[in-house]
Design a protein around this ligand. Structure first.
Ligand code: ADP
Length: 486
C-alpha cells in the first residue's frame, strides 16, 4: 500500500509553534512557582523563620540560666536575631527582672503594662508553659510614642532551673510589614512576567530557527527522495543529531538508488531470459509449420531444449522466491553427503565423455550432515555447473569433500578466468553478471548463486569463494558433521 506524502498540507502544529507553546508553558510554570513562593507564601515563610529564631533563643537562654555568662549570651542572641528579651525570676508570686535586652525600638514587651505582663504569663501557664501569639503593635501599647503598621510575635516560656527556681521568659520579635514587601513583589512580579514572556518568545523563535531550519530543509529533501529523486544530497548542518540523520538519509538514498537500479536490471534480465527461449520456440515452430522439409527431429529437439530451458528458468525463479519468502523450509535429515556427491558425480561422466571436461572428485572419508538433501544437491549442482561453465579452455574441475574440525567442507575449484576482487561481493546477487553484456549462460539461469546463498543461509552454513583472475575460482561451504544414525 502506498502512503500519501503530505505536501505542506499535513495537519498539526509545526515545530516553531510547538516549541513556543512548550516554552510559554514552562514560563507560566516558573511564574506560578515564583508567585506562590514570593507572594502567596512569603508571610508564612517569614513568620516560620522568626518563630524558629525565637524558639532557638529561648532554649539557649534556658540552658544557660544558671551560668555566669547568661547576660552576655542573651545580649549576643538579641543582637544577632533582633529579638527583645526579658527574663523574670518568680519567687513567692513576685517577679524579679534578671535580664532585659531591648533590640529594637518597636519592641512590644518593653512597652507593656505590668497587667498585660501578668495576663500573658497566666496565658502561658494555662497553655502548659509555652505561648506564642502574633499581635498588632497597638494592642499592647501603653506609651503612645511608637507608631507603625508592624506586627510583633511574642513568645513566652516558663521553666525551672535545677534548683527548682521558676523563671518567665518573654521574647519579642518584630515582624517587618510583609504586606508592603508583597505589594513591591507584586509589581516586580508583573515586570518579571512580562520580561520572561518576551524572553520566551525571542528564545523560542531563535531556538526554533536553530532547530527547525535544518529539519525543514531535510524534510524538503526527503520529499524529493520519496518522489524518486535519488540525486538529492542531504547536507544536515547544525547540531549532531541532524548531521547523523542526514548521513543516515544519504546512506538510505544511495541504497535505494542501488536497489532501484538493481530492480530495473532484474526486470530487464528476466524479460530478456524469458523472451529468448520463447522467440526461439516460436521461430522454430513457425518454420516447421510453414516451410516444407523443416519439420525435422533436429528442429523439434531445439524446441524441446528451449522449452526445458524455459521451465528451468521459471523453476529457479519460483525456488528462489519460495526460499526467500520462507515458504520452502528445509526438510532436515541426517544423510551421507559423501555418498550423495559420489552418486551425483556419475551424472557428470557423460559430459566428460562428450565435451572433454575433466571433473575429479576427492574425499578423505564418509561424512554425514544434518540438512535438506534435495536443497544440498541443488547447491552442489549449481556450483559444479558454474565451475564447468566458467572453467574456460582448461575444462578442469575439482570437487572435494574434507573434514575440517567438526565440519564437513565441500569445495569446487576450476581453473577458469577467475573473478575480479571488486566483483566478488556481488556475484551472490540475483542476476548479477560479472560480464555486463547479458549473455545466456550455457547451463545456468543467472539465479544459481542467489539460490545457493539462500539455501546455505537457511542451513546456517558458512560459505565463500576464493578467486584469482587468470588462475581460477574455488566455491565452498561448510556444515557441521552429524553422527551416523545407521
Ligand atoms: P549464471 O547463470 O550467470 O552463472 P550465477 O548466479 O550462478 O549465474 O553466477 C553469477 C555470476 O558469478 C556469473 O554470471 C559469473 O559471472 C560469476 N561466476 C559464478 N561462478 C563462477 C566461476 N566458477 N568462475 C567465474 N565466475 C563465476
Amino acid at each position: 500500500m502506498q502512503r500519501k506524502i503530505c505536501d505542506n498540507k499535513c495537519k498539526g502544529m509545526g515545530i516553531r509553534w510547538n516549541l513556543f507553546a512548550f516554552l510559554a508553558l514552562f514560563v507560566a510554570f516558573i511564574l506560578a512557582v515564583v508567585w506562590i513562593f514570593q507572594v502567596l507564601l512569603l508571610g508564612k515563610f517569614y513568620e516560620n523563620s522568626k518563630m524558629k529564631e525565637l524558639k532557638l533563643t529561648a532554649s539557649v537562654i534556658e540552658s544557660n540560666v544558671e551560668k555566669n555568662n547568661l547576660e552576655h549570651t542573651a545580649y549576643t542572641l538579641s543582637g544577632d536575631y533582633t529579638i527583645c528579651i526579658i527574663l523574670y525570676e518568680i519567687e513567692d508570686g513576685r517577679a524579679r527582672e534578671i535580664i532585659s535586652c531591648d533590640a529594637s525600638s518597636g519592641c512590644m514587651i518593653h512597652h507593656m503594662s505590668p497587667r498585660s505582663f501578668s495576663q500573658l504569663y497566666n496565658e502561658t501557664i494555662a497553655n502548659g508553659g509555652e505561648f506564642t501569639k502574633t499581635y498588632s503593635f497597638d494592642a499592647f501599647i501603653t506609651k503612645g510614642e511608637i507608631k507603625g503598621e508592624s506586627l510583633n510575635t511574642v513568645y513566652t516560656k516558663s521553666f525551672k532551673d535545677s534548683d527548682g527556681k521558676l523563671y518567665a521568659l518573654f521574647l519579642d520579635s518584630e515582624l517587618a510589614p510583609v504586606s508592603a514587601i508583597v505589594r513591591t513583589y507584586s509589581v516586580q512580579f508583573q515586570w518579571i512576567a512580562m520580561i520572561l514572556i518576551i524572553g520566551a518568545l525571542i528564545l523560542s523563535l531563535f531556538m526554533s530557527r536553530v532547530i527547525s531550519t535544518p529539519i525543514i530543509k531535510l524534510n524538503k529533501s526527503v520529499k524529493k527522495l520519496a518522489a524518486g529523486d535519488y540525486d538529492e544530497v542531504f547536507d544536515g548542518k547544525g547540531y549532531r543529531e541532524i548531521k547523523e540523520l542526514s548521513d543516515a538519509l544519504n546512506f538510505a538514498s544511495s541504497e535505494l538508488s542501488k536497489n532501484d537500479n538493481l530492480q530495473k536490471e532484474l526486470i530487464a534480465n528476466i524479460s530478456h531470459d524469458l523472451r529468448t527461449p520463447l522467440t526461439m520456440i516460436r521461430g522454430y515452430s513457425e518454420m516447421m509449420r510453414d516451410i516444407p522439409g523443416e519439420n525435422t527431429p533436429e528442429n523439434a529437439q531445439i524446441v524441446i531444449e528451449e522449452t526445458t530451458r524455459l521451465s528451468e528458468l521459471v523453476g529457479d525463479m519460483l525456488d528462489l522466491s519460495k526460499i526467500k519468502a520462507g515458504t520452502r523450509k528445509p526438510d532436515m535429515e541426517i544423510f551421507n553427503m559423501t555418498e550423495t556427491i559420489r552418486a551425483t558425480m556419475l551424472r557428470y561422466e557423460k559430459l566428460t565423455e562428450k565435451d572433454g571436461y575433466h571433473i575429479s572428485f576427492e574425499s578423505d572419508s564418509e561424512g554425514y550432515i544434518f540438512a535438506d538433501r534435495t536443497m544440498m544437491l541443488q547447491v552442489v549442482y549449481n556450483l559444479i555447473n558454474n565451475a564447468i561453465n566458467y572453467s574456460g579452455d582448461s575444462k578442469e574441475v575439482n570437487v572435494k569433500l574434507q573434514k575440517i574440525g567438526d565440519n564437513l567442507r565441500f569445495s569446487v575449484s576450476d581453473s577458469g578466468d577467475g573473478i575480479a576482487p571488486e566483483e566478488l561481493p556481488f556475484i551472490w546477487d540475483r542476476y548479477y553478471k560479472v560480464d555486463k553484456i547479458h549473455k545466456r549462460a550455457t547451463v545456468g539461469t543467472g539465479l544459481g548463486l542467489s539460490i545457493v546463498k539462500s539455501i546455505l543461509e537457511a542451513h546456517k552454513a558458512v560459505y565463500g569463494v576464493e578467486s584469482t583472475v587468470g588462475v581460477g575460482s574455488t566455491f565452498w561451504f561448510e556444515l557441521p558433521m552429524a553422527e551416523n544414525q545407521d
